[in-house]
Write a protein that binds this ligand. Structure first.
Ligand code: NAD
Length: 321
């Protein structure tokens, strides 16, 4: 089976490529390297089943034969990018996804699209099940992403209706783990990098907002299970263990302090909450448990430990120590 992974040089995409290669598939990673890096796919270079194509999905795809499945992950996912590049993100969500859907129709492949918890906006319903329609702001600073991913879902179901395309929609909730960029802009890497430098950790808001963080290998297992299922409506893929952002920051500071053998605790710098950033976010994952027989298995402390180790190793390598 030849499988395409768009966004394959990104954080989740590169873990997914690794899993698919381990399972014996031929994998083509397509990525424009906008927010990803060839460093994430360097370890697959020698694998004869792996191919990397540098390409922006906003443009029509080159000819690739024998494709049976497409994981479409290409899209920036950090709030820093939402503010910098709203139009390019909307184009990626609409034009990029349309190109991938057309490609899937052309080769008769099934396609899984990475949607997001952000389509629920700042939710009025806790936990969010797939039946909740959300509370989004169409003109706020995050709207390019929230609305972009909503149009992505609408587009995919348009293709399903019109072309009988096999569509899978994964609504991914916060994922973290090795392979995130140092300057990614999302909470976990931001906290780890600041703690490693002994600098203040920046928390937007008073730290009482919550997130449910899933380790990246759990997320990849969920995507894989959804792709291989016959379920075609959206499915939440996330952890349902809710933790305050302030507690995650404390956990990271403690882990880093223990590992670098320093008693110094990085202080916390509170900035105003980002506009339209959801206060509470927690998925109902009952559907994933039922239809995919999937649930996350890595607990937060265990996953953060692995992630902090990876960031520390990366720093040591770049310092040549
Ligand atoms: P990432 O930024 O690490 O990966 C995205 C990849 O897509 C990058 O390698 C980037 O270069 C590539 N890309 C972006 N725009 C592109 C374009 N126009 N053409 C080709 N390549 C392009 O982010 P990630 O965390 O790995 O997210 C992957 C997907 O999962 C995204 O679609 C994101 O919306 C979704 N998602 C992620 C999370 C999370 O917590 N990580 C949560 C919800 C949804």
């Amino acid at each position: 089976m030849c499988i395409i992974v768009t966004g394959g040089a990104g954080f989740i995409g590169s873990h997914l490529v690794e899993r698919l290669l381990e399972d014996g598939h031929e994998v083509v990673a397509i990525d424009s390297l906008w927010t990803g890096s060839t460093k994430n796919v360097k370890k697959f270079e020698e694998n004869k089943n792996f191919r990397f194509i540098e390409h922006d999905v906003r443009h029509s795809l080159p000819n690739i034969t024998g494709v049976t499945a497409i994981y479409h992950l290409a899209c920036p996912a950090s709030p820093d990018h939402f503010e910098e590049s709203p139009i390019e993100i909307l184009e990626t969500c609409f034009v990029g996804t349309k190109n991938m859907l057309d490609f899937a129709v052309g080769c008769g492949a099934r396609i899984l699209i990475a949607s997001t918890s952000e389509i629920y906006g700042d939710p009025k319903v806790i936990p969010q099940s797939e039946n909740y329609w959300g509370n989004t702001n169409s003109f706020g600073p995050r709207s390019c992403y929230d609305e972009g991913k909503r149009i992505t879902e609408a587009l995919a179901y348009g293709y399903q209706r019109k072309h009988s395309l096999k569509v899978r929609i994964a609504r991914i909730f916060n994922a973290y783990g090795p392979g995130m960029q140092l300057n990614d802009g999302r909470a976990v890497p931001n906290f780890i990098v600041a703690a490693m430098k002994g600098q203040p950790l920046t928390i937007y808001g008073d730290g009482s907002a919550t997130r449910c963080f899933q380790f990246v290998t759990d997320c990849v297992a969920g995507l894989n299970a959804l792709m291989n299922s016959e379920y075609s409506r959206p499915v939440n893929i996330g952890s349902d263990v809710e933790t305050k952002v302030g507690e995650i920051a404390e956990m990271i500071v403690e882990l880093v302090a223990n590992k670098v053998g320093s008693a110094t605790r990085a202080p916390v710098n509170h900035l105003p909450a980002r506009q339209d950033d959801p206060y509470r976010r927690k998925p109902d994952i009952g559907l994933a448990k039922d239809v995919l027989e999937w649930k996350p298995v890595v607990n937060l402390r265990e996953g953060l430990d692995v992630t902090v180790n990876w960031f520390l190793e990366k720093e040591q390598k770049s310092n040549g120590t």
